[in-house]
Design a protein around this ligand. Structure first.
Ligand code: SAH
Length: 216
């Protein structure tokens, strides 16, 4: 497909999948325009890059549905001076949105091959405010903590304590928590000693496998 076709597909995706479902934040919409999804999917998926669903990216993993990426970004409420921790780089699609919205993104991915691919895509897009680490992210990234915002893009049985501990005061954490098959997106807000947890939309994410995630 030609570049021109992608741009009309991208615009349609934004209108039908995001705006019609209540995503209207201008900075967020601009981030979706700046980071076209077809750049993040493998060759054999390009023809459906703008489909309303997750898509396989290799290594048994997927790129998230655009609406879910938008919803989680919206819940995080990213400010231009925020430092953000992301667990599960995957294709690097959510990472790119956060890097466009915030000041710096620290992203941790278990699978080195996926992270390498994401890194190249980010470089081609000119995104230079991303730091990468390969390994188990369920324990966070202690050396860089605390963070204004933390996002988990894979599921956990319960919100990891390490992530809550690495959140700044007034910080926000968004992660899908629940069973293997179905979760709720949980928003955690830290206010001094108070930890406020709110359960949001139902969803179905691949697991984060690690010390404070799933055991396998
Ligand atoms: N937001 C990503 C979706 C990633 S899917 C996108 O839109 O492309 C979840 C990712 O978490 C997978 O790439 C998987 O390899 C990774 N992952 C699983 N367990 C992990 C762990 N313990 N630490 C870091 N990453 C992990």
């Amino acid at each position: 497909m030609e570049e021109g076709n992608y741009s009309s597909e991208l615009e349609r995706m934004i209108a039908e999948q995001l705006k019609e479902r209540g995503i209207n934040d201008e900075r967020l919409i601009d981030a979706f325009l700046a980071n076209p999804r077809h750049l993040f999917v493998p060759k054999d998926q390009k023809h459906r890059a703008y489909a309303d669903r997750p898509l396989p990216i290799g290594e048994g993993q997927t790129i998230s549905q655009p609406y879910i990426v938008a919803l989680m970004s919206d819940l995080l409420d990213v400010n231009p001076d925020d430092g953000i921790l992301e667990i599960g780089t995957g294709s690097g699609y959510q990472t790119a949105m956060l890097a466009t919205l915030g000041d710096i993104v620290y992203t941790v991915e278990k699978k080195g091959k996926l992270q390498e691919r994401a890194k190249k895509i980010h470089r081609n897009l000119g995104l230079e405010n991303i730091k990468y680490r390969t390994g188990d992210g369920t324990k966070g990234w202690k050396e860089q903590a605390p963070f204004e915002k933390i996002i988990g893009t894979g599921s956990v049985p319960g919100v990891p304590d390490s992530l809550i501990n690495q959140l700044k005061d007034r910080g926000r954490l968004v992660i899908p928590a629940g069973s293997r098959r179905q979760q709720r997106i949980v928003l955690v807000v830290k206010e001094g000693e108070r930890i406020i947890k709110e359960k949001k939309s139902y969803c179905s994410f691949l697991p984060l496998v690690g010390e404070e995630g799933w055991s396998k």
